[in-house]
Design a protein around this ligand. Structure first.
Ligand code: ADP
Length: 636
């Protein structure tokens, strides 16, 4: 029978029965080592040569201190001999012969001290360089992953949590863990070497030192664990803090925040969240400090006891002054190394728990992927699109945003999707472009389920302008070219798209024409465009792409109805023979459409041409009449 477990802990559940504990600890140790290996793998991929250097430096770092201790012992003994000789009047004419061993030892000492300095410098150089490379490598991993995660992931707060955690940990955490690991290795080498030295004095001395370090280690591990859980539990607070601080520096929000006087509210919220987050963390830091001071008292007492014992041996057991230096040095070093060992191990342990954040982010499941043998859409052909009993709920919600949609778009259809806000128009576009998969039913392109196609080639078919199209801090030309970055292009292609999008007129008047940098985020001479000008750039971007199906999701919302109709007509003209889908809540734009789809509460209420739907006297007729009356009233 499998063991019964209770409370989850780092993904491994804590056992309720004593006899299940060995298995539990084994699993945790396995988890620890697999995370450590993951980190080593990361560093190896990011900076293999640096990793080799780190290993070499860590071994040298371990061996050098013991050599130093022996040099100090011999130096001290040699000096003591000289002092004796001088007081006995033995420093006769042959001074050089007497001094030569001591000079040799001083030279050795110089080499040792200089080697130590070089080692420290090399260590910081290697850590500095590999730090940058590792951070860059992990950031790239996160960016590559972000590129492919499903849109549905962005709807879930847990996803943002993972992303935030992964981004935070991407900074120095892996390298800290790795340096701590090497610290452990070199401390281990040094400690073992010094233990060998100390055994010469008493086999119990090293045991006593190690035993004195155990309580400190326990406290350390305990607090590392609590620290990790605290930070994980308060991830929401950290995200809130990020959110408020981002809001305050967001250029697009700055206008509203000033006029509405929201700044103090957000600053106040930020500080309130910080206080709550900080309170618990401060408690943890303080209580750990107090515990460590108390435990420090015990280990200092033990060390002093051992110093006394060494002094007793030197004085009463025919020891030399140098022996005191060697043994007391060994003792101090061992206790130092044992502390390093335990602290670094606890840091590694805590660090590996955090590394889980990166690992879980990288494991975020992707559902919109290419099948084993993906179809490629036939570019330039006449396409048909069919919605078959399509229903959809957003992830993590119970409400159907679209219910039982059945539609058919023919190759030359100009479709206008109309409906009130929240009717499901944008959602339908997201399904049509396979940013999401339907919860039920299927969507067919040329008779085949969208899921059978390679998503990248599928996306390449659509020319689309979203409501919240991108306004990139790049040049005007780049902003247009982003419509299809993979396409081989000439300047004429960009100008042609701009002319088609009615943008060429104002672009040529800009100080550097198509080379003008947009926004002033990076460039002093960057230009801020008006809403209407940005809109024209987005239209040009859509025209730049050689697409098979054109979609406009209310990008014209800030244009007046006539201007919107102009854009729609232009699109229709330029996309002769292609399916075009326009989303609008302005029905005047729908008059010339070959197919008007009226969405209401997530269902298709009516389909037909303007004339058919007006004649029917249903929902469309009602909406159109209300809007028309409003426009007439506005004109009067
Ligand atoms: P429309 O484009 O017709 O204004 P949408 O398709 O944007 O409507 O939205 C339809 C419904 O889906 C709305 O009730 C909206 O609140 C909900 N909705 C939109 N996006 C999401 C999302 N990412 N997660 C959950 N619900 C959403």
């Amino acid at each position: 029978m499998p063991p019964k477990f209770k409370k989850p802990d780092d993904g491994i559940e804590k056992p309720t029965r004593l006899r299940d504990y060995p298995r539990y600890w084994l699993l945790r140790a396995k988890g620890f080592f697999s995370r450590l290996l993951y980190i080593i793998g990361l560093v190896w991929r990011a900076a293999p040569l640096m990793l080799v250097f780190m290993v070499a430096l860590c071994i040298l770092d371990g061996v050098l201190p013991v050599l130093g201790a022996y040099i100090s012992r011999d130096l001290l003994n040699a000096i003591a001999d000289l002092v004796m000789l001088r007081s006995d009047g033995g420093l006769g004419s042959d001074v050089f012969e007497v001094l030569s061993p001591i000079i040799f030892l001083f030279i050795l000492n110089f080499i040792y001290l200089f080697a130590k300095k070089i080692l420290t410098r090399l260590n910081s150089m290697v850590t500095g360089i590999s730090g940058e490379l590792v951070v860059n490598h992990i950031k790239m991993m996160i960016l590559e992953k972000s590129k492919v995660v499903d849109m549905r992931s962005f709807d879930r707060p847990e996803f943002y949590e993972k992303l935030e955690n992964a981004n935070r940990e991407a900074s120095m955490r892996p390298l800290h863990i790795l340096s701590a690991t090497f610290n452990v290795v070199s401390a281990l080498i040094s400690a073992v070497s010094f233990v060998v030295v100390l055994v010469g004095l008493s086999p119990f001395a090293p045991l006593i030192i190690v035993a004195a370090a155990v309580p400190g280690a326990i406290v350390n591990f305990y607090y590392r664990n609590r620290n990790f859980h605290y930070i994980r539990r308060h991830s929401k607070e950290r995200r809130e803090m990020n959110y408020y601080s981002q809001l305050m520096v967001d250029k697009d929000r700055a206008k509203e925040i000033r006029i509405l006087g929201l700044a103090d509210t957000f600053i106040e919220r930020y500080s309130r969240v910080f206080k709550c987050y900080y309170k618990g963390l401060k408690g943890l830091i303080l209580s750990e400090g107090i515990w460590q001071i108390c435990i420090g008292l015990i280990s200092t007492l033990v060390n002093c006891g051992l110093f006394l014992y060494i002094a007793y041996n030197v004085v009463f057991m025919n020891g030399l002054v140098g022996d005191y230096s060697l043994y007391s040095g060994a003792l101090t070093s061992i206790s130092g190394y044992v502390t390093t060992l335990l602290t670094a191990t606890a840091t590694i342990y805590e660090g590996t728990l955090f590394i889980d954040n990166i690992m879980t982010f990288m494991k975020e499941k992707i559902e919109i992927t290419a099948p084993d043998e993906p179809r490629l859409p036939e570019r330039g052909a006449k396409h048909t699109i069919v919605f078959e009993n399509v229903s959809f709920k957003y992830p993590g919600t119970d409400k159907y945003v679209l219910k039982d949609i059945n539609l058919r778009f023919e190759p030359t259809d100009s479709v206008v999707l109309v409906g009130l806000n929240g009717a499901g128009k944008t959602t339908l576009i997201k399904l049509l472009t396979r940013l999401y998969d339907p919860t039920e039913g299927r969507i067919l392109l040329d008779g085949n389920d969208l899921k059978e196609y390679d998503p990248k080639s599928l996306y390449a078919m659509f020319g689309i302008i979203f409501q919240d199209y991108g306004r990139y801090a790049e040049t005007v030309g780049e902003n247009i070219r982003f419509g299809d970055v993979d396409r081989e292009y000439t300047d004429e292609d960009i100008v042609r798209a701009a002319v088609e999008g009615n943008a060429d007129g104002f672009i040529t008047e800009l100080p550097h024409g198509y080379e003008t940098p947009l926004t002033r985020i990076f460039e002093e001479d960057g230009i801020e465009l008006s809403g209407g000008q940005w809109q024209k750039i987005s239209v040009a971007r859509a025209f730049y792409k050689e697409s098979d199906i054109l979609i406009l999701d209310e990008p014209t919302a800030s244009l007046d109805p006539l201007a919107e109709k102009e854009v729609f007509d232009q699109f229709r003209e330029l996309s002769e023979g292609k399916i075009t889908v326009f989303v609008s809540h302005r029905l005047s734009s729908a008059v010339d459409a070959s197919k008007i789809v009226v969405l209401d509460g997530g269902t298709v209420a009516e389909i037909g041409t303007h004339e058919e739907l007006m004649a029917k006297g249903g929902r469309y007729h009602e909406l159109f009449t209300v809007q028309a009356q409003r426009y007439i009233a506005e004109e009067i």
